[in-house]
Design a protein around this ligand. Structure first.
Ligand code: GLY
Length: 525
């Protein structure tokens, strides 16, 4: 198993060693990450899981958050119809109804074999006894301290208890979260959706002007959805469908790369980058035009993956002319979320991506229940054309409405060859999820190279709007950047892109491939 934190990876190994299957391990790791990786691990967010139980038997669980019943299209706008800064990211209004606890319960009920309370035990212990912060975690908590304090005047265990700065090795204890997890362990998801946690959340929302009620929580349901699948040579690739647009975008790009016969030896050649930008702009334009919550918006996924359609669209696309470009600010996209991958001895696999959107979500803790609220409402179109945290323009199909799910980029992936799993992978990174995974699949399935090598390749991201090619700082030859700039593809350097955590089957063995860009770790036996 491979995930964003070594302690959570150790939990996954423990569960597998105790006779649990991949789903048991995934549930335990999800709860462990809620404790040891508060940037993105959560009980207050949502996500997507793919579960493989046999040849071509792949299931997709959508446990994405939903808008509360009282949510409406204008909730983040001022009188002039313009978005009010930070309302959709840094306040209680930013929170969607959390899906993670219901999602884990659903996965466990359908596929798990070990007792539910046992799977929460490690997370409870880590929350109650505490765990040592890594250097990176201490720095990130310190960077966020002003926001934690501002947004949590009454309770904030994520700030240093003595008002100082966290150091690597300091112990982070989360007794309120331990209590919430204990209740979820004993009473299951109902504790979160109708028990005292629901009471606390509703009371907290009322006290801060939020919208989520106990009725919203009681009505939340995860959804099983038919996963998308795509043949790439001898491989079959699986990904979630809408409301994640990630799978569709990745499949459009990989299919077109194949149709065009794109066989570049290097991901950094000017020719590859030029074509990549075009493919990516096509995919993000189509996301803008079509993607929405499939329970409310009809999208014929097959037709936008059709070969003739893709080739026609490829001829139309003009790199740099994405509309409505005038709304888009050019900023480095925020990127958080977390992904983990598990396989067990029976060939069952779980690929799971989960998020509270921004790092530490809204940075608002639910007092008494000790968990962070997501700010997933920002993934809706807050106003027509207005950019979200990821710089993506808001599309009318992704508008806010009661109980709707906001469009996501999360794309847990499973790849089979001749019916056997060979790759289980995914990454955080908002819209950059699409780039990281297209490049990883191109590298492994089309170039035939090991996943481990891919981790060393400096990454890039293009989404058409804004018209900027983001590249990992220091990883690209100045000559290449000069050529692209001359061709009117503005290049900007930025911080590392994604944290790809994958498992790869090669020469009779599974290899854990954690991303060296984070504290990520693989465990197995
Ligand atoms: N919150 C980021 C995403 O779902 O893509």
């Amino acid at each position: 198993m491979v995930c964003a934190h070594p302690l959570a990876a150790a939990v996954g190994k423990l569960v597998l060693a105790a006779g649990g299957n991949a789903v048991d391990a995934a549930v335990a790791v999800h709860f462990a990450l809620a404790v040891v990786y508060p940037n993105a691990g959560n009980i207050g967010g949502g996500g997507f899981a793919l579960v493989r139980t046999g040849p071509h038997q792949v299931y997709c669980l959508d446990f994405r958050e939903t808008a509360p019943q009282a949510a409406h299209e204008n909730m983040f706008l001022n009188r002039e119809g313009k978005p009010i800064p930070e309302l959709s990211t840094g306040t209680v209004l930013a929170a969607g109804v959390p899906g993670s606890v219901a999602g884990m319960a659903e996965l466990h009920q359908r596929f798990g074999c070990l007792p539910w309370p046992l799977l929460l035990k490690p997370a409870i212990q880590l929350a109650r006894r505490g765990f040592p912060l890594t250097d990176r975690q201490a720095k990130e908590l310190n960077e966020n301290a002003p926001l934690f304090q501002e947004r949590n005047p009454r309770c904030c265990y994520l700030s240093h208890p003595k008002g100082g700065a966290w150091q690597a090795g300091d112990t982070l204890r989360q007794p309120e979260l331990a209590r919430a997890l204990e209740c979820i362990a004993e009473r299951g998801a109902p504790c979160f959706y109708s028990g005292w946690i629901a009471d606390s959340l509703e009371a907290f929302m009322r006290s801060r002007g939020g919208l989520i009620t106990k009725a919203d929580l009681a009505q939340y349901r995860p959804r099983w959805r038919k996963p998308l699948s795509l043949e790439v040579g001898p491989y079959r690739v699986w990904a979630p469908p809408l409301p994640s647009a990630g799978g569709l975008s990745i499949f459009q790009m990989i299919r077109l790369a194949n149709l065009l016969g794109l066989r570049s030896d290097s991901l950094h050649s000017p020719e590859f980058l030029r074509i990549y930008c075009k493919l990516s702009q096509l995919a993000f334009e189509d996301r803008y035009r079509y993607a929405g919550d499939p329970d409310y918006v009809h999208v014929l996924e097959e037709s936008i993956l059709d070969s003739a359609y893709l080739l026609r669209r490829y001829k139309e696309v003009r790199v740099g002319r994405f509309l409505p470009a005038e709304f888009i600010k050019c900023q480095e996209t925020s990127e958080h979320t977390t992904h983990f991958s598990v396989v067990d001895g029976e060939g069952w696999a779980v690929s799971l991506t989960t998020t509270i959107n921004d790092s530490y979500g809204s940075r608002i803790l639910v007092c008494g229940a000790g968990f962070l609220l997501n700010n997933e409402m920002d993934d809706f179109a807050v106003a027509p054309g207005a950019a979200n945290l990821f710089g993506l323009p808001g599309s009318p199909r992704n508008r806010i409405g009661p109980r709707r799910r906001m469009v996501s980029s999360m794309s847990p992936i499973i790849v089979e060859k001749e019916g056997q799993p060979v790759l289980v992978l995914g990454t955080p990174g908002g819209t950059t999820i699409v780039s990281t995974l297209v490049l990883a699949l191109y590298h492994t399935l089309i170039q035939g190279r090991p996943l481990k090598e891919f981790q060393k390749v400096p990454r890039f991201h293009y989404q058409g709007s804004p018209h900027v090619l983001w590249v990992e700082a220091g990883g690209f030859k100045p000559e290449l950047l000069r050529i692209l700039n001359q061709e009117n593809i503005p290049v900007r350097e930025r911080s590392p892109i994604g944290r790809l955590d994958g498992l790869e089957y090669r020469d009779g063995y599974w290899y854990g491939v954690p991303d060296p860009r984070g504290d990520d770790a693989a465990e197995g036996f």
